[in-house]
Design a protein around this ligand. Structure first.
Ligand SMILES: *[C@@H]1O[C@H](CO)[C@@H](O)[C@H](O)[C@H]1NC(C)=O
Ligand SMILES: *[C@@H]1O[C@H](CO)[C@@H](O)[C@H](O)[C@H]1NC(C)=O
Ligand SMILES: *[C@@H]1O[C@H](CO)[C@@H](O)[C@H](O)[C@H]1NC(C)=O
Length: 455
């Protein structure tokens, strides 16, 4: 906590509370200063960054490279908005991040990866690490260099020991999950032939669906992303040579060609996709979807029917993965987005399960070839293990703001509270209240990320 001195004692208190709540610990940031000379920079020209917690024991030669999420920027206006945030500049990033869930260093929280070298790669390019435009407009000073950042990060990690990795996983959540899909084979190609390499995407399977008004909203948005960032040359040529290149930003059109084993975990009713692909603000001018998007239990029967239709489209888009048995699938019937970074959805007694397996066990057993896993849940509301997300109305971004992704908010609702859990929940709620109302000044100073643990 060395750098968090601004708010003094209050900040220390907050940090302790966050640690208690997330069952996590803090890991320092590393800036890749020498990437700047290669033009591998964040939107504002600052160096890229990651957080590395070294492996130990039997995991000392295994590497988990986990990519941060955070939406995309699709044009100069939205990229300028982003440039002065942590998603566009390493100058705005907190110096320490809490590691939990798939990044935890404790076997009881993270049974298969706890002793690996665990890296969280910061996201600051706005294109899921696909951009590469040489020219920098002197007026905006925007750098579209995501693909170079990806390469610089991997090269830096190779130099720090990943060159002798026995095992390596490229993972990520949301826009970072998409990165792990789009870059799966290029990650494989950068590692030694003898390394066992697999990819794992959490909530990164964004589908090309029409919105509720019948418009191809996300298709147009991704087209803007690919055009603005000059991404085409960094998308798989096996895809871009056969269709409109910007479509290859969608996993469903390019995933079949991925040679490396890959595991997809996603909620069939991905809350980001419901809010931004199916029912974005522009498609719902009267806000009829507002309450439903905040809380799936508030959806009307006809909205639920529309969401069941979205699920079927989602399942059909999964066919784009092909049928190889090296593919892993954990598609639960939940209203959620990103289930690997939070302890409660990754690996806990009450975590989501399919065939009685948590995501952590399904992925671990698949990685080590102990057992394949390809499961798709029954439709909502049949799965009683879901931690369905409930959003706070104040946290709803201006409704069509797809430029800045929603931070992840641990769900505390939607779980049955039995007597044994009651005390833990009371403590949890107290911590939340303290964090939210007492400690805000410190948080504003210290860390936009920490909002993640607030809601
Ligand atoms: C940039 O994208 C945003 C979000 O899609 C849109 O609202 C805005 O009109 C676009 N701006 C320009 C200049 O194209
Ligand atoms: C489900 O798994 C847990 C441990 O992970 C085990 O205790 C329980 O017996 C299993 N339940 C069934 C129905 O197999
Ligand atoms: C999107 O969010 C950014 C940052 O919060 C804000 O500056 C921008 O005005 C928003 N855009 C729209 C279209 O609301």
């Amino acid at each position: 906590m060395g750098r968090m001195v601004n708010g003094g004692l209050l900040c220390i208190l907050v940090n302790v509370l966050i640690l208690l709540k997330t069952e996590g610990f803090f890991v320092d940031i590393t800036y890749i200063e020498n990437a700047v000379a290669k033009g591998a920079v964040c939107l504002d020209g600052s160096p890229p960054a990651y957080h590395l917690d070294r492996g130990f024991g039997a995991g000392i030669n295994s590497w988990l490279v986990h990519i941060e999420g955070g939406g995309w920027c699709n044009n100069v206006t939205t990229c300028l908005d982003r440039k002065s945030t942590r998603l566009g500049s390493s100058k705005q990033m907190v110096k320490q991040l809490a590691f939990s869930g798939i990044l935890s260093n404790k076997p009881e929280f993270n049974p298969d990866f706890y002793n690996w070298n665990r890296v969280k790669v910061r996201y600051c390019d706005g294109s899921s690490f696909t951009g590469d435009v040489e020219a920098v407009n002197p007026i905006t000073n925007l750098h579209f260099r995501g693909a170079r950042v990806f390469l610089a990060v991997i090269e830096d990690l190779l130099a720090k020991g990943m060159r002798s990795a026995e095992n390596a996983v490229l993972s990520g959540c949301s826009a970072g999950g998409l990165t792990s899909i789009l870059h799966c084979d290029s990650f494989r190609a950068l590692l030694p032939l003898g390394t066992k390499v697999k990819c794992f995407a959490d909530a990164g399977y964004f589908i090309n669906a029409k919105d509720v008004s019948g418009v191809q909203h996300i298709e147009a948005f991704y087209n803007d992303v690919v055009t603005t960032h000059g991404s085409t040359k960094n998308l798989p040529v096996t895809c871009t040579s056969t269709m409109k290149p910007s479509l290859c930003f969608f996993p469903q059109y390019m995933a079949q060609q991925i040679q490396t084993p890959i595991f997809i975990t996603n909620a069939a009713y991905d809350s980001w996709q419901i809010k931004n692909i199916l029912a974005p603000g522009v498609a719902d001018p009267h806000g009829l979807w507002h309450n439903c998007k905040l809380d799936i239990t508030k959806c009307s029967p006809s909205q639920l029917q529309t969401m069941q239709g979205f699920r079927l489209e989602f399942l059909s888009a999964l066919n784009g993965l092909g049928t190889s048995s090296s593919r892993g699938l954990f598609i639960n019937g939940c209203y959620a987005h990103c289930q690997t970074e939070m302890q409660e959805t990754w690996f806990r007694n009450d975590s989501p399960r399919l065939s009685n397996k948590t995501i952590a066990k399904a992925v671990g057993d698949w990685f080590y070839d102990k057992s394949p896993f390809q499961k798709i849940d029954c439709p909502y509301p049949c799965d009683k293990t879901c931690h369905n997300r409930v959003f706070d109305p104040q946290d709803q971004p201006s409704i069509d703001n797809t430029s800045i992704g929603q931070p992840d908010q641990p769900a505390i609702n939607g779980m049955g509270i039995d007597n044994t859990k009651w005390m833990a929940n009371v403590i949890r709620k107290y911590i939340e209240v303290i964090l939210k109302y007492v400690a805000l000044p410190c948080l504003v100073n210290a860390s936009p990320e920490m909002e993640i643990f607030l809601m």
